[in-house]
Design a protein around this ligand. Structure first.
Ligand code: ATP
Length: 376
């Protein structure tokens, strides 16, 4: 693996057109210890103005540390942070045109919703009438225009999170940093808030930099995503690029079900050596001998598990030539696979264009021009 994080030098992105809202160059953070903890191992990243950009990765991969260095809460060991083309690396948080929304809301319980949103403006000595007007506007933006008089305790979790968002929006920052802001919400509310967050971002047009370890959330919300692993950026790309063309085995496994075949197993199933992946929804499960169109590739196997999950059924299939693949079938149409049971012989079918060659590691050097597999 490369010793430096990958960069996005994609022509045609907002980042490449010069309208960068955030630019990180060689950003590195070590925390003291024996040995020192390398939280961020040299990140290069360019985020365009007005983008909804997510940093996705497992716990401890360095996402929050990057966010904190952009906000100014943490100083990098080396490297720089630029906001709108200006180097802000040495500046304190209050001298940067960013606001942060945290997971735990941090609302003042003794103040009304309106007062909570006004608070930051009061500290900045904005006049009372102007404060009122701007806070009301921010509450409108997060669909809480009628809740200004309430106390935070009289709101639901989702509403409290929206107050936290309004409190950041009221400052009209160029960049909003969001650190797992939906992490405390239950799944239903979380999904609802994802849709709202995206709508709000589109309306206000501010650059959103969003931290999450939830791949569905990142795929749903983002214009582009950076996938983090052990302090490095493994890949930067759109949801489709990350999912359909993972840069390496880590990305393939972290975003979606990886379904990999390696070495001889791959050769027996595909006729090619190497490491190959195929997404579960691209596979079709049929009984042996079922007629099919000529263009499909097939591999024989045995059903190891059938999991009915409402809209879909998941089949775990052990291939006769070695290896195990998961196939996902929608439960909508005639669903002949309903009758399949554990131990049944089956054939898995796929189209050759859905087989992705997945490098074991990033085939990159420190040269940024070769670092971005998905950039073509
Ligand atoms: P999570 O999703 O759990 O918040 P993360 O991807 O945001 O994880 P970071 O919080 O950035 O990861 O942490 C990256 C690494 O740096 C971890 O190993 C963490 O333990 C370490 N780390 C973070 N802050 C400090 C600190 N103040 N002192 C020492 N080590 C730290």
């Amino acid at each position: 693996m490369s010793s430096s994080a990958t960069t996005d030098s994609r022509p045609g992105t907002p980042a490449a057109s010069g309208a960068a809202a955030i630019r990180l160059r060689g950003l590195r953070k070590e925390f003291p210890g024996r040995p020192p903890v390398v939280a961020v191992a040299g990140a290069d990243l360019t985020i365009g103005s007005g983008e909804f950009f997510s940093m996705l990765g497992p716990s401890g991969s360095g996402k929050t540390t990057v966010l904190r260095m952009i906000a100014g809460f943490e100083q990098p060991t080396s490297g720089t942070v630029e906001l709108a083309g200006e180097d802000v690396t040495g500046r304190p948080p209050y001298a940067r045109d960013v606001n942060t929304v945290f997971q735990d809301y941090a609302l003042f319980p003794h103040m009304s919703v309106q007062e909570n949103v006004e608070y930051g403006l009061m500290v900045k000595k904005v006049g009372r009438a102007e404060r009122r007007r701007r806070a009301a506007e921010a509450l409108e933006q997060v669909r809480l225009g009628d809740k200004g008089d309430r106390r935070p305790t009289q709101l639901s979790g989702g509403q409290r999170q929206r107050v936290a968002l309004a409190r950041a929006l009221v400052n009209r920052p160029s960049v909003l940093l969001l650190d797992e802001p939906l992490g405390a919400l239950d799944l239903k509310l979380r999904e609802q808030m994802q849709v709202e967050l995206k709508e709000i971002q589109r309306e206000v047009g501010i650059t959103f930099l969003f931290v999450t370890h939830d791949q569905d959330e990142a795929l749903t919300l983002s214009d582009r995503i950076a996938v983090f692993n052990e302090g490095r950026i493994e890949q930067v790309g759109s949801a489709r690029e990350i999912y359909e063309q993972p840069a390496n085995v880590f990305v393939a496994g972290f975003v979606g079900t990886s379904n990999l075949l390696r070495g001889e197993e791959a050769e027996r199933a595909t006729g090619r050596r190497g490491t190959y992946g195929i997404r579960p929804e691209k596979l079709t499960v049929v009984r042996p001998g079922t007629r099919r169109s000529g263009s499909e590739i097939s591999a024989a196997g045995t059903v190891a598990e059938v999991v009915y999950a409402g809209p879909v059924t998941r089949f775990v299939v052990d291939l006769d030539g070695g290896g195990r693949l998961i196939a996902l079938e929608e439960n909508g149409h005639s669903a002949t696979h309903d009758e399949l049971r554990r131990g049944d012989p089956v054939e898995l079918l796929w189209h050759s264009e859905h087989l992705i060659e997945v490098p074991e590691e990033n085939s990159t050097t420190d040269d940024p021009s070769t670092a971005q597999r998905s950039s073509s």
